[in-house]
Design a binder for this molecule. Sequence first.
Ligand code: TRP
Length: 450
Amino acid sequence: MTVASSAPREAFASRAGFILAAAGSAVGLGNMWRFPYQASEGGGAAFVLVYIGLTLVLGIPLMLAEFGIGRRGQLAPVGSLRKLAGPAWVPLGYLFVAVGLLILSYYSVIAGWTLRYGLEAVFLGFPADSAGHFAAVASGGDAVAFHVAFMALTVTIVIGGVKGGIERASLLLMPLLFLMVVGLALWAATLPGAGQGYLVYLMPEIDELLNPSVWRAAASQAFFSLSLGMGGMLTFASYLRRDQNLPESATVVAFTDFGVAFVAGLLVFPVIYSFALQDAVSASTVGALFIAVPSAFEAMGPLGRIIGLFFFVVLAVGALTSAISLLEVVTASVIDEFGLSRRRAALLTGAVITGLGVFPAFDIDALGLLDKIAGEFLLLAGGLALALLAGWRLRAAVSDELLAGASPRWQRQVPRILATLRFLVPPIVVAVLFFSLRETTAAVVAYFGR
Ligand code: TRP
């Protein structure tokens, strides 16, 4: 029942616009915060190698499963799955909508912190007691206020539509973000003691290559960072015409995402080691970004305020282009399924997510728990379903869709991509899911037992 099917579907105006929007979805807090942290935990260069391998074997094929299904279906996940695979798959579409609601509800709280820190850099400077400051503002009424402000920005862009909102914002913000990240990394290279930071970040601990928990961490990181497993890329691809070279686009998006994550590590680690802040980092995952790095800016005086401003603007911009894609999955589903106008749908879904976000905004442990459940486990489960769907049930349609618009060179890769989706992706994701289920259950038990 696609009530709104009479109106022509919105579309991206340019091929670059789609690529930048998809890259905007991928590049976000996951790159700046989770990647460097996980690399340092998971054996430095060993983690980076595993991550690159999994990006090639899981990431790009799964992104193409989403691209293929989305462009074929020309509807948000619920509608595309119903149209292509039948009504039995509709619940999977609604699961994606639920995952979008959950992830954005806490993602926006973290993004709200970045807005706040950016504003503080301008008006107040960074506080001397960085850890105490974070503890004071990370949860409670302050966190709710900035979460609401960030959601308002996100809703405004999504109301602007695919071309006038999402594409326009991505074309403007993504080049800005690339320039600022590279600029900041170059600045970090000049810090005394930068070399030690690089060493800790990238020292290859080769025995970690055999550690299953490094593989699990790298796989979940790849899903989250590439925005896979909840129909985000599927939804963007539903706004494409058949002239887009999908295999090439997916490869460009995946390497852009990796590039930004890698460079973010070249920025964060020299700062941490130059200012001897490693203890603040190991204390918590958000510690690096919101405690250690700001205290370095504080120690640098006025220059620190300027650099710090750029740093938090980069984070906020990355978070915004990612949040857009999370909200778009939910909004587009409401538009497609219930025939609401884009404006109404975005306001309604934005309000629901803003309300949900009050919980993680008041309780940082709930935030961490939601990230484990929705940001890891449910994404892996969704990705497994999408791989099976694209590789088996919809194989002919997806293969046809990936060939359309691809140059001959990329067309030759299509059989290989489908074989990977059929035989390689499902067993790897099942194995990772097993470990993730154990960890997620333990996290749930720990949360409710506290
Ligand atoms: N990829 C984004 C990041 O790294 C977050 C994100 C946006 C996301 N859309 C998504 C994660 C969809 C999972 C699914 O910050």
